[in-house]
Design a binder for this molecule. Sequence first.
Ligand SMILES: *Cc1c(COP(=O)(O)O)cnc(C)c1O
Length: 427
Amino acid sequence: MSDYRIETKCVQSGYTPGNGEPRQIPIIQSTTFKYATGEDMGRLFDLEAAGYFYSRLQNPTCDYVAAKICDLEGGTAAMLTASGQAANFYAVFNIATCGDHVVASSSIYGGTYNLFAVTMKKMGVEFTFVSPDCTGEELDAAFRPNTKAVFGETIANPALTVLDIEKFAKAAHAHGVPLIVDNTFATPVNCRPFEWGADIVTHSTTKYMDGHGAAVGGCVVDSGRFDWMAHADKFPGLTTPDDSYHGITYAEKFGQGGAFITKATAQLMRDFGSTPAPQSAFLLNMGLESLHVRVARHCENAQTVAEYLEKHEKIAWVNYAGLESSPYHALARKYMPGGTCGVVSFGVRGGREAASRFMAALKIAAIETHVADARTCCLHPASTTHRQMNDEELAAAGVPGDLIRLSCGLESKDDLIADIEQALAAI
Ligand SMILES: *Cc1c(COP(=O)(O)O)cnc(C)c1O
């Protein structure tokens, strides 16, 4: 499928039925797979033959869908995970373990920040957080001899900052480590980070890829471009024998294009689990079939809403990279010429109380912690997720009291504007 355009890949990639086989991806709801001889299965356990034996490691339904996302991103191998959190954990832990260090953008998703700064820290992996807007020199200064990766989000959730992927890739490569990019908000329809130097891409497929609020999931994709053997001393897990698989060396046996995902599947999925249910992978694929159509509409609605809000006298500020007033507009045009995402954040004049009243008056937009759904939803952190904080604490956390995050769905943009208009009139 790699010669086709992204629209065709969304619909067709990953699964090609043979004569008389099901047109839709089959849901292989089976934990286990049958073999004629112990030797046949033994070859799978030795990684000498490819095949399925237990769905904790791999399942055909999940692999069809992983292959589609791999093709969309332009990668060489991919794996589905049961959540976006698991995808980011696997992507990092596959190469950075106890005693290692990782450089990460400071404006990443809160769940990922906790995973890195709290839980992985307990596992002995240290993180240095740098502003996505830092200079090349500031970025260089964050590296240590034990740094194993650099991590950022194409468009950060919920800060909506845009990552200068080339700047981060250049710094990572100068220090002999890969750049991992969480491409959840942009999706491969709007940005393919491998084309700008990223080495590994992750997704929370829970967001636009699923797109209907139906199934939590994640994905890790390898570009196949990072030369592990050229930096063999930094990545012993890939470049020295794995005793738990009879001494195979992943980078030798599976090459530059296959080593990373094979190791993540054979070691991390084996030991930690968190593989998605085949039914969830099937639902994800249904979402992917219309991803290109939906993402364009999400962006069109968000652009219209952002432009409307920017001109409204009851609105204090609007943060959306599609607006020329955004400090990220130039980066967005470079990396995402077709549009950014459907999420807009803004402040209502009158602070916390006005924002609260505005939200209560909305009729179409439901109050949810979710984003990137077909149905418009919104969140006022100061009265919900961050309600224990006072105004000073909110400002320090980068979540001002008047901030509202609006995830524009696929409804009529005229209805969305009318809903916002009547809610603003109510304050
Ligand atoms: C939601 C999200 C995650 C976490 O994904 P889950 O599927 O909720 O585990 C990670 N990164 C980004 C950018 C997200 O928006």
